[in-house]
Design a binder for this molecule. Structure first.
Ligand SMILES: NC(=O)C1=CN([C@@H]2O[C@H](COP(=O)(O)OP(=O)(O)OC[C@H]3O[C@@H](n4cnc5c(N)ncnc54)[C@H](O)[C@@H]3O)[C@@H](O)[C@H]2O)[C@@H](O)CC1
Ligand SMILES: Nc1ncnc2c1ncn2[C@@H]1O[C@H](COP(=O)(O)OP(=O)(O)O)[C@@H](O)[C@H]1O
Length: 280
């Protein structure tokens, strides 16, 4: 099956310009759940990215016992420490960034998979699904939109193979994941691939090695969640986010920021590129 390349003219119009009488209630609420001990930053990066991609409001549920109650860098975010069960999440939930694989994380993911709301599953949510067949079954049986964002290591866990096997035939791996879990899949890496649930493949050509840096995947998860919350269709949201994420990295590289690029800078760059598209 041919693989089409994701282009800017395809994805830029997916997010409609705002009407003059718009209000924040029109742009959806995103919840991010993750941030276990030592990895609170991963959830903050995802939440900040969702906010800066235009989500109407963003809540972050953190698992760490020493979780902060406010993000002083981004006080618009609403932070919650999750001690017990899943809170009433909003329109879209991104779960897994820095979450860890504790029994608590496993229970939260189990309850999230039951939700009739769009989900973005990243990082440890994917590792938990790979390790627990009951979670994998719940995922396959979901009817609401779901996007998986594995890097090659996580894709290998999900398909019970080696990372090298994933890399040797990435299109086949992306399609197998989409078909196995009945989801949209963004298989990350240099030249990320998006597969729709039916196995239709799209290849991304934006991005560069400067992006091989911590937290870049967390930012991507937050971006996808924000676009879903704003009403972009599932596979389109993944294509838009993957293209824009890479284009934001390319804009930084053109500016001379290659080695040492940070995920926080990439988020600001993505906001700039997105706004440029909207004014054209
Ligand atoms: N500030 C933070 O709190 C951060 C937390 N993070 C969290 O840390 C947890 C562990 O995630 P990691 O991804 O670091 O560790 P993992 O152990 O899941 O994956 C790293 C391994 O996966 C393979 N891999 C990943 N990308 C690959 C590629 N493009 N090509 C080939 N192989 C590849 C490699 O074998 C690599 O060593 C996640 O929950 C994540 O969200 C990270 O996102 C980094 C930042
Ligand atoms: N060489 C590269 N070229 C293009 N994109 C890259 C490159 N290296 C990393 N990326 C992108 O950066 C992100 C890294 O995500 P991930 O591996 O989950 O990192 P983390 O777990 O640290 O957040 C992915 O979206 C990936 O496509």
């Amino acid at each position: 099956m041919p693989i089409s390349t994701i282009t800017q003219p395809q994805v830029a119009p997916l997010l409609k310009p705002r009407t003059t009488d718009s209000h924040k209630g029109m742009f959806g609420s995103v919840w991010v759940i993750g941030g276990g001990s030592g990895m609170v930053g991963a959830a903050l990066l995802a939440g900040r990215a969702a906010l800066k991609m235009g989500a109407g409001c963003v809540h972050i549920g953190l698992l760490a016992s020493d979780a902060p109650s406010v993000d002083f860098v981004q006080p618009e975010l609403m932070l919650h420490r999750i001690e017990q069960g899943l809170p009433a999440v909003g329109d879209v939930l991104a779960i897994g960034c820095g979450m860890g694989v504790s029994a608590h994380a496993q229970r939260l993911l189990h309850d999230a998979l039951w939700l009739d709301a769009p989900l973005v599953l990243d990082a440890d949510a994917l590792n938990l699904i790979a390790a627990h067949t009951d979670l994998a079954t719940l995922l396959r049986e979901r009817t609401a939109a779901t996007v998986l964002t594995p890097h090659p290591g996580e894709a290998a866990h999900l398909l019970a193979c080696r990372t090298a096997d994933i890399q040797s035939d990435r299109p086949a791996a992306a399609r197998r994941l989409a078909e196995k879990f009945r989801c949209t899949v963004a298989l990350k890496g240099a030249t990320s691939l998006v597969s729709s649930e039916d196995g239709t493949l799209y290849q991304n050509t934006t991005g560069n090695p400067g992006m091989s840096a911590p937290g870049m995947g967390d930012v991507l998860a937050g971006m996808i969640a924000a676009f879903l919350a704003q009403g972009v269709a599932t596979t389109d949201a993944a294509k838009l986010a993957v293209y824009l994420h890479g284009a934001a990295g390319d804009a930084l590289a053109e500016f001379g920021v290659k080695l040492g690029m940070t995920a926080s800078e990439l988020t600001d760059s993505a906001r700039h590129v997105l706004n440029q598209w909207q004014t054209k």
